[in-house]
Design a protein around this ligand. Structure first.
Ligand code: ATP
Length: 233
């Protein structure tokens, strides 16, 4: 379970997140929606332990994240704008490198499994610097899946993906959900992945303005968003 309690982030005089609180149950899939500048990426950086909040607490499985150390980090899979992949290494060698770092068992086999999951078998030995943006995003997804994380954090995961890659990502999300992984996806795209989520949060100007179970069709959700954020989705 993830507990976010009264999280505020200030940078200089600017308040970027204001007193955000919500819990994520194990196995729940939450989508956080919000317009540009709402604070989504800042919240993501805090949840993925890349940034500290100015005040407030985040606990994962009852342990405050600042006290969790490596064991806690290993529970997290993160997909963000930064791929964390090495340009001069092949897809295979990147995954072997991260797999060794995470201590993944049966690594060669697992690397082939995740490469297949994202449809990059034909680029297995290709250097990452020759990858298109979509291929890079697929390999980032494979890297994230390698150690079978309990909690997966996605920041705008559909960016740069073509239709085939979108379908692959949707399948990855479905599989993670079936396997009761906890998923938090940050996006401003209503069209993809949102229908798979159990709960919707809307962030606007650093505040949580909506937090409900996802019982809505796309049209109703867009209407709620328009009311809460003041602009059309
Ligand atoms: N390092 C920083 N210094 C000053 N202001 C910042 C910094 N990082 C973010 N901000 C500001 O915080 C606000 C929220 O930014 P953030 O990137 O979290 O928004 P977002 O919801 O992810 O937006 P987008 O959809 O455009 O990615 C913005 O007004 C941004 O200018």
């Amino acid at each position: 379970m993830i507990e976010v309690k009264n999280v505020t982030k200030k940078i200089g005089d600017k308040v970027i997140l204001k007193n955000i609180s919500f819990n994520v149950e194990d196995g729940q899939f939450i989508t956080v929606l919000g317009p540009n500048g709402a604070g989504k990426s800042t919240l993501f950086k805090i949840l993925s332990l890349l940034m500290k909040p100015t005040s407030g607490v985040i606990k994962i499985n009852g342990i405050a994240v600042n006290e969790g150390g490596v064991a806690l980090r290993q529970k997290l899979g993160v997909i963000s704008h930064n791929s964390f992949l090495y340009d001069s290494l092949s897809a295979r060698d990147n995954l072997l490198f991260y797999g060794k770092m995470y201590g993944v068992e049966n690594l060669e086999e697992r690397v082939r499994e995740v490469i297949q999951q994202v449809g990059l078998e034909l680029s297995f030995y290709q250097q990452v610097k020759t990858f298109s943006r979509g291929m890079l995003q697929r390999l980032t997804i494979a890297r994230c899946l390698l150690n079978d994380p309990e909690i997966v954090l996605f920041d705008e995961p559909y960016t740069g993906l073509d239709q085939q890659a979108i379908d692959i990502l949707n399948n990855v999300l479905r599989t993670l959900k079936q396997r009761k992984r906890t998923i938090l996806m940050i996006t401003h795209n209503f069209e993809e992945g949102v229908e798979l989520s159990d709960r919707i949060l809307i962030l606007n100007r650093g505040q949580l303005v909506f937090d409900e179970a996802n019982l809505y069709d796309l049209k109703s959700l867009k209407e709620i968003y328009r009311k809460k954020v003041g602009i059309s989705a």
